[in-house]
Design a protein around this ligand. Sequence first.
Ligand code: NDP
Length: 271
Amino acid sequence: MPDRYAVIGNPVAHSKSPQIHAAFARQTGHDLTYERLLAPMDGFVATLEAFHARGGLGLNVTLPFKGQAFAYATRLSERARAAQAANTLKFEGQSIFGDNTDGAGLLSDLGRNLGCALSGRRVLLLGAGGAARGVIMPLLEQQPARLVLANRTPGKAQDLVQDLGIALEAVAYAALAGRQFDLVINATSASLTGALPPLPAGVFAQGALAYDMMYGKGETPFLAFARSEGAATCADGLGMLVEQAAESFFIWRGVRPDTAPVLQSLRQATA
Ligand code: NDP
């Protein structure tokens, strides 16, 4: 019997994780299956436990269950603890290990795939939900010149900063007028609904990189805005998706797959 893994979420039909992990398994010669689990909004734990009872060894966790996965895990990585959210679960006998690979995935995509060094750069992070939570500490570890957090509901950004116990500037969008950044990361879900976060003009510095964590629906309103504002590079979140998946695969299987050919074939499939 092949080992069993899955991604759990609601909705989950759109997830590209099964394709990515199937490609990793072929590449590394690991015998495993990877399926999609649609959990009812009030049925995360029941769905997860049924999967475990059927022999499931590990899960990726997506919207809206990363907080519940964090609470369910009995052992947590430092980065999951910092994010207070888990996107990877591994069943280990009686214990359940929870990790968060979103930050590592973003950093790998920025550094390895896009050639963007963060040290000394001015970074603006948009959003204060689960995705932003997962990437703040990894971004800070790269020692940017500054990291500013902007959110539509400023109180939520301030709560996040307080939860993480860090000194970080958390502002409303209006406070960004007249300021410039070398890297602007859209970690809001605005692109999912075709909306644009209310960014003022002039926020992209010369040579800036605009990064939207969203992927797969053509150019997002955020990336279209960035291009019209003169951002030098515009990137979607497909690379982050593949890189965070590789990190999960490593946690489960102890082998780090080569992400480049997998990302390339996904890009071709979505072109
Ligand atoms: P959450 O629902 O936890 O947070 C959503 C955030 O978006 C909130 O800060 C919310 O602001 C903000 N927001 C929503 N609509 C708007 C809008 N119209 N204008 C401005 N801000 C808005 O979502 P997640 O953090 O989990 O996910 C965010 C995005 O990141 C999603 O698109 C997801 O697909 C993507 N993602 C991609 C990954 C990848 O591997 N590429 C990995 C993880 C996430 P407010 O607080 O005011 O409500």
